[in-house]
Design a protein around this ligand. Sequence first.
Ligand SMILES: *[C@@H]1O[C@H](CO)[C@@H](O)[C@H](O)[C@H]1NC(C)=O
Ligand SMILES: *[C@@H]1O[C@H](CO)[C@@H](O)[C@H](O)[C@H]1NC(C)=O
Ligand SMILES: *[C@@H]1O[C@H](CO)[C@@H](O)[C@H](O)[C@H]1NC(C)=O
Length: 302
Amino acid sequence: MLFRRVVRLACGVAGGSALLVAAAVMSDSAAGGSGELAPGGRPQLWSALAVVRAAQPWSWRNHSVETTSGSGWDDNWDKRDPASLSNGKKADVNGDEVSTELESSKPKATRHIFLIRHSQYNLSGNGDKERTLTPLGREQAELTGQRLASLGIKYDILIHSTMARATETAQIISKFLPGLELVSCDLLREGAPIEPVPPVSHWKPEPAQYHEDGARIEAAFRRYIHRADPKQKEDSYEIIVCHANVIRYFVCRALQFPPEGWLRMGLNNGSITWLTIRPNGRVALRSLGDSGFMPPDKLTRT
Ligand SMILES: *[C@@H]1O[C@H](CO)[C@@H](O)[C@H](O)[C@H]1NC(C)=O
Ligand SMILES: *[C@@H]1O[C@H](CO)[C@@H](O)[C@H](O)[C@H]1NC(C)=O
Ligand SMILES: *[C@@H]1O[C@H](CO)[C@@H](O)[C@H](O)[C@H]1NC(C)=O
């Protein structure tokens, strides 16, 4: 498939450098602890949080509540805040020009991102290629495709993980959205994003797995989840068909919740998670794992 080769290439190039950055940043923040607690934060929130923490069981004290969400909201979370981009310019010499430049570097459009969990697949398949959708999984994908079409939205693109189950789900969905461009991306493959807190006994990837997948899934987050480019004129609607761990990690990161909390959420197969990113970088979760459009006998979770 031509599109797959082309896009894989693009992903590979961007992913290569992003992986290193992501790995560095992640080890940084793991070691950084409370170093990010900005002075001039929110004293009232702080003291309220201190009270909350004091009343919580152990897990609240240790982990990244303090590093991630404790300091409020980071407006420059995607490093695309125009205010931060004007650094180094001389505002006093040509005030007008600088403000015009700032104006033209401001995003104006809203991005809507629909994160779809692939539908049910054959767990007994030997390796990814054989793990194709079950008959129920194909029905689920049809229901998801119908739902997306019924929203009456003009979608801009459908991006999917290169794994068999995501590819197949994407192809079925696309039947209901004629003319929509499909691209595939390796960064979106399933994996172990970060060690969950609290830990679970039934799922214990090796540390090397988190090390490798974590950097890749973080790279995927940076590639796909950010405010609109300043050149984008119209609001956009993008569909990303991928995997439950990837989606849960994206949601935590986008909302600036502790990413270790991802496993506290569950997503049904074929469900729709809708994130909206405003031009000013504010993020809203419009729905999480919506599958209310499926009849109860078609719902699956595990
Ligand atoms: C969690 O916090 C407790 C008390 O604050 C501490 O004794 C313990 O070592 C911490 N555990 C981890 C894994 O950091
Ligand atoms: C949803 O997706 C994956 C693959 O099928 C799987 O772990 C789970 O079984 C699915 N849900 C159900 C209940 O089949
Ligand atoms: C699931 O995969 C196994 C192993 O490849 C195969 O024997 C079985 O027929 C498959 N089941 C379905 C429903 O495709």
